[in-house]
Design a protein around this ligand. Structure first.
Ligand SMILES: Nc1nc2c(c(=O)[nH]1)N[C@H]1C(S)=C(S)[C@@H](COP(=O)(O)O)O[C@H]1N2
Ligand SMILES: [Mo]
Length: 333
């Protein structure tokens, strides 16, 4: 059941309108060449949009009419206002490479993706409204009434929190929040990545709670440092001889410093890291391995750039994200 906030859903529509996106005033550097050309089986440095994970509460994907869509800014602001998509896209656009992660991602899981986002700085939009009083959260509302709370202090600490209108060089797809969504580097999606965004309310956590906050999930939810083994695949059988163990590691907004691998009961060995895109992006890694016949256990762990190792104690996703070390078992024949 979709409870539209502003009559912006294209009722019964199967497609979303094709739009032309303006260029970014502040472009991202060209993406370096990733390790995917040399390490078979490793995640590509940029996740193609059609392979990007999707997580939301929607049974049917909202198809938003961009021509009637509006973004409303209200709450603890001097000048509440409403803007159209054209007005939003006329604001200075930034382009950033950012890796998103879902809080429900299990250790070694696939609810993570890295993309190039085009959008307007969230602080530019909030400054236009002028914050008054002492709000501590940005409560964002989607066209279907779904809400997300983002800590205002995080939004204002200089990171590239944005209202994104583009992903990987194209308009957002319907599944990823067309025509506009939030992206908050360093925070799990459920506290900073509202899709099908239509309203931003400056308020306090004491006054208003969002969907997941009411269900006792964490309010401030930084993404935990973690690493994943992409190759060899868990429980696979591989050929004996020279191969590579490889995957991705992430420590958004702190940066990955080091990734180590342990084979069976051996020592932790430092892996080679792929290109450094920025501290909000994941890092590919690999370790050449002369695989000998038999059953082997491979474990991985990451350390951020401040030298803090990932949490090795196992935790389930609720309430602030999973932790623990991934270990895979493979057969070498
Ligand atoms: N409107 C809306 N936005 C949402 C959600 C949702 O259920 N509804 N889920 C959030 C969660 S939990 C995550 S992890 C990200 C996922 O974004 P993606 O589907 O584009 O990968 O969107 C966030 N934004
Ligand atoms: Mo999520």
């Amino acid at each position: 059941m979709l409870a539209a906030v502003g009559g912006q859903l294209r009722s019964g529509a199967q497609t979303i309108k094709k739009i032309v996106l303006p260029a970014a005033a502040d472009k991202a550097k060209p993406l370096p060449t990733g390790l995917e050309g040399t390490v078979p089986g490793i995640s590509p440095l940029r996740t193609p949009t059609d392979k990007f994970y999707r997580v939301d509460t929607n049974l049917t994907v909202p198809k938003v009419d961009v021509d009637t869509w509006t973004l409303e800014i209200d709450g603890m602001v001097e000048k509440p206002f409403t803007m159209t998509f054209a007005e939003l896209s006329e604001m200075p656009l930034i382009e950033r490479d950012i890796t998103m992660t879902c809080v429900s991602n299990e250790v070694g899981g696939g609810y993570i993706g890295a993309a190039r986002w085009l959008g307007v700085r969230l602080t530019d939009v909030l400054d236009r409204a002028g914050i008054t009083g002492s709000p501590d959260q940005v409560l964002s509302t989607a066209v279907d009434g779904f809400t997300i709370s983002t800590p205002l202090a995080v939004v204002r600490d200089g990171r590239d929190a944005m209202i994104a209108i583009g992903m990987n060089g194209a308009q957002l797809t319907d599944t990823h929040g067309f025509p506009a969504r939030l992206i908050t580097p360093g925070l799990y999606g459920f506290v900073g990545a509202t899709k099908w965004l239509t309203k931003l309310t400056l308020t306090t956590y004491a006054a208003e709670q969002s969907y997941w906050t009411k269900r006792q999930w964490a309010t401030d939810a930084p993404i935990k440092t973690s690493a994943r083994i992409d190759t060899p695949e868990p429980l696979s059988t591989i050929k004996a001889g020279m191969t590579a163990i490889g995957g991705v590691a992430w420590a958004q907004h702190r940066g990955v410093g080091k990734v180590e691998v342990k084979i069976d009961d051996g020592d932790w060995q430092e892996t080679k890291l792929g290109p450094d895109v920025n501290i909000d992006y994941w890092r590919q890694w690999y370790l050449p391995w002369d695989a000998k016949p038999g059953l082997h256990r491979i474990a991985v762990r990451a350390v951020d750039r401040q030298g803090r190792a990932q949490i090795t104690e196992r935790a389930t996703p609720f309430p602030s994200g999973s932790s623990g070390i991934q270990e895979v078992v493979v057969t070498v024949a």
